[in-house]
Design a protein around this ligand. Structure first.
Ligand SMILES: Nc1ncnc2c1ncn2[C@@H]1O[C@H](COP(=O)(O)OP(=O)(O)OP(=O)(O)O)[C@@H](O)[C@H]1O
Ligand SMILES: O=P(O)(O)OC[C@H]1O[C@H](OP(=O)(O)OP(=O)(O)O)[C@H](O)[C@@H]1O
Length: 316
């Protein structure tokens, strides 16, 4: 089969080929019933049940391909989009459009320095060596700091060489740079903080807060298919974020029940055979369900059941 020609009539969707976002994206595609078979070593996979092809790319390259309109849709981190846009500002036709926050891959791009030592604030790194994989965001951050330090509030670059911070690129294991004497500080991603603490570092400032996002090009080849895929992905994300809670409560307590579980639009209320009682069925944020169950019990609700939502289509 001529793979390149078979891409002609297909929407192209870029997915991280490795790293932290890879497996979660595969699970998301599975949940969205996007069926494909990826041959080993091939970075393109044709989707069997939709006019779509998946392109497996490094997360850092996805904003470039989508931004130039070569690929229609993509999943990557917001940090990667901002890093790209620092170097290649969007125009009327290029650049990416954020479609959906996917609620995973949450992390912060932070300025970090050795726990032991006299560096305590980002200004202390001015004129020193900083190592990062995010050179554009780090440059932008330190140039602004340098300008403020030298009294150039309009963002003009500092002329004094002592005020010029050196930003060096490394592709991974950034946290080793201080211990190896290559850097005074680093700019790297932090989620749990374990990597940072294990390297004897502490965070002193946040450059960007990130999560995984669905992005599209400014003029996708098939906007209707983009909407369909977006709706499917959103359905899976919502299903993961919420649980379905059902319970019985006396009708006289309906107001308090609605306050505790207002639902997405409104709770579904059904009369029970037993006079004066209703059954309520409502979506609740997964992370709040224990608290909600405590409050419902205190309000007199009984037979509280919580179930997983397999998939969903809800309004905003
Ligand atoms: N610890 C983390 N927790 C949550 N999200 C993260 C974390 N590290 C990275 N990410 C997100 O995943 C994206 C890709 O980073 P990652 O380092 O996994 O990719 P990679 O460099 O392509 O892969 P690898 O590091 O395996 O070579 C980042 O831009 C960020 O949005
Ligand atoms: O705060 P934590 O939960 O410890 O996560 C942060 C680490 O995760 C990422 O690296 P990853 O493990 O993906 O590998 P990499 O260093 O090769 O990019 C990031 O670059 C940090 O090193």
């Amino acid at each position: 089969m001529d793979l390149v020609n078979s891409l002609n009539d297909r929407l192209l969707f870029a997915v991280p080929k490795k790293g932290r976002l890879h497996q979660v994206c595969l699970d998301l595609l599975h949940g969205s019933d996007i069926q494909f078979h990826r041959h080993s070593r091939l970075d393109i996979a044709l989707v069997k049940n939709l006019p779509l092809a998946l392109v497996f790319l490094p997360a850092a390259d996805i904003p470039t391909f989508v931004g130039e309109g070569r690929v229609d849709l993509g999943i990557t981190g917001r940090d990667q989009v901002e890093e790209h846009e620092c170097a290649v500002p969007p125009t009327a036709t290029t650049g990416v459009v954020e479609v959906l926050d996917l609620d995973f891959g949450k992390c912060d791009l932070q300025v970090q320095v050795p726990q032991k030592g006299d560096l305590a604030k980002p200004e202390d790194l001015i004129g020193k060596n900083v190592v990062t994989s995010f050179t554009n965001l780090a440059e932008q951050y330190f140039r602004k700091l340098e300008a403020e330090q030298s009294g150039h509030t309009n963002g003009e670059v500092a002329k004094d060489a002592k005020l010029k911070t050196t930003i060096k690129y490394v592709g991974g294991s950034v946290e080793a740079a201080c211990a190896l004497g290559v850097a005074d500080g680093i700019v790297d991603l932090v989620e749990s903080g374990e990597t940072m603490r294990a390297a004897g570092l502490k965070a002193i400032s946040t450059v960007v807060s990130s999560s995984a996002i669905l992005i599209k090009s400014k003029h996708p080849s098939d906007p209707k298919l983009v909407d369909l895929i977006t709706a499917r992905i959103k359905g899976v994300i919502t299903a993961q974020k919420y649980v379905l809670c059902t319970y019985n409560i006396e009708r006289s307590k309906l107001d308090i029940a609605k306050q505790i579980t207002p639902g997405n639009r409104a709770p579904t209320v059904t009369s029970l055979e037993e006079a004066g009682w209703v059954a309520i069925s409502v979506m609740v944020l997964r992370k709040k369900i224990a608290l909600v169950m405590d409050e419902l019990t205190a309000a007199g609700a009984c037979d509280i059941l919580v179930s997983k939502i397999e998939n969903s289509r809800t309004h905003d």
